[in-house]
Design a protein around this ligand. Structure first.
Ligand SMILES: Nc1ncnc2c1ncn2[C@@H]1O[C@H](COP(=O)(O)OP(=O)(O)OP(=O)(O)O)[C@@H](O)[C@H]1O
Length: 321
């Protein structure tokens, strides 16, 4: 398996994150095996991979929480860890959720965390805290106790904590983990809004549909390797298209599709699907009709991210969790 060429969508701006040969070994185990990550400025970059594929380890290296075994890291154009303290002020992170006090309000919790930050300016804290609460839609619930917050509100508060000072890059590790569908939607919308304001977002996830819905770019991790990365639309386009033929003569339709050279032909009660491969799409319907197969419907299906993943790894994506 070779990684697809890297697309640089960042224009004149330096990439928000660029690594070369980034590697982390824990004793015998290589958790991250020489990855070249490229997160263009302005992207919502979905860092996708099954559990244990190395996403958190990579993120921890980017943020200087653990050291790399080898390789290089640039964040916002600065080599790390060289420019770390200055640069990391411009990076908001949600890796392990901050420890919130259940009996304090959302606002008071942010106040405590801000006061614990040696770089923060106490004089501007009230305004910054309310701006962050407003940004994540929690200003109306600012005085509620944390323990009364829903799961989605708790996670939005954690993101507000990452936004207490202006950020150029947000790094969110599995921000929807453990959330119910409503909470997941809230966090996803928030990420989309932050991105619309110009913040680059690197968000890790093991949820394919989530990445599909909110990201412009995607990097696919598998067993410590970055299998591919680039624009999500390019990734979809490079994966074989599936066609669907609705017919009451599925056996006959399947035979025609196989003869034409389509592969992975699957029969259902009232339709057949198959991978188009190199076959010219305009040939399919005429050939079916020529052979007397009644075509009641015909569609080209956009490959799902799961199709992309399967085509890259030859394995299904474990969507548990
Ligand atoms: N501190 C550590 N010591 C030893 N092994 C570790 C350590 N941290 C991570 N690993 C191992 O490195 C591999 C990658 O883990 P990592 O947490 O980066 O994966 P992940 O893709 O983030 O998965 P998850 O979504 O489950 O967090 C795993 O096999 C894990 O057991």
């Amino acid at each position: 398996m070779t990684a697809a060429p890297v697309r640089d969508g960042g224009g004149d701006l330096p990439a928000a994150v660029r690594t070369r040969g980034l590697t982390k070994r824990f004793r015998q185990q290589t958790a991250v095996g020489g990855i070249d990550l490229e997160v263009p400025s302005g992207a919502v970059y979905g860092f996708l991979g099954p559990n244990g594929s190395g996403k958190t380890t990579t993120i921890r290296m980017l943020l200087g929480l653990i050291s790399a075994t080898s390789g290089s890291i640039e964040v916002l154009g600065e080599a790390m860890p060289g420019g770390a303290s200055r640069t990391l002020r411009r990076v908001g992170a949600l890796v392990e959720g901050p420890a919130f006090h259940p009996y304090l309000s959302g606002r008071a919790n942010l106040g405590r965390l801000d006061a614990a930050d040696p770089h923060s300016d106490a004089r501007t804290a009230p305004a910054r805290i309310d701006a962050a609460l407003d940004r994540v839609g929690l200003l109306p619930a600012a005085t509620k106790r944390y323990r009364a917050y829903s799961l989605g509100m708790r996670q939005r508060l954690a993101i507000a904590n990452a936004l207490l000072v202006p950020r150029d890059l947000l790094v969110l590790d599995e921000p929807t983990n453990g959330l119910d569908p409503q909470g997941t939607r809230e966090v996803r919308h928030l990420i989309e809004e932050l991105a619309a304001d110009g913040t680059t977002v690197l968000v890790s996830s093991h949820l394919l549909s989530e990445v599909d819905q909110m990201c412009t770019h995607v990097g696919v991790m598998f067993e410590g390797k970055l299998l591919t990365q680039g624009l999500l639309s390019d990734l979809h386009a490079t994966t074989a298209q599936t066609v669907r033929v609705d017919t009451d003569r599925t056996e006959d339709a399947a035979a025609v599709l196989r003869t034409l050279g389509l592969t992975d032909v699957r029969l259902r009660d009232d339709h057949v699907t198959a991978l188009l491969g190199e076959v010219a799409i305009e040939k399919v319907v005429p050939e079916l009709v020529n052979d007397g197969v009644p075509v009641l419907g015909f569609a080209v299906l956009r490959p799902s991210l799961e199709d992309v993943f399967v085509s890259l790894t030859g394995e299904g994506f474990d969507v548990s969790g």
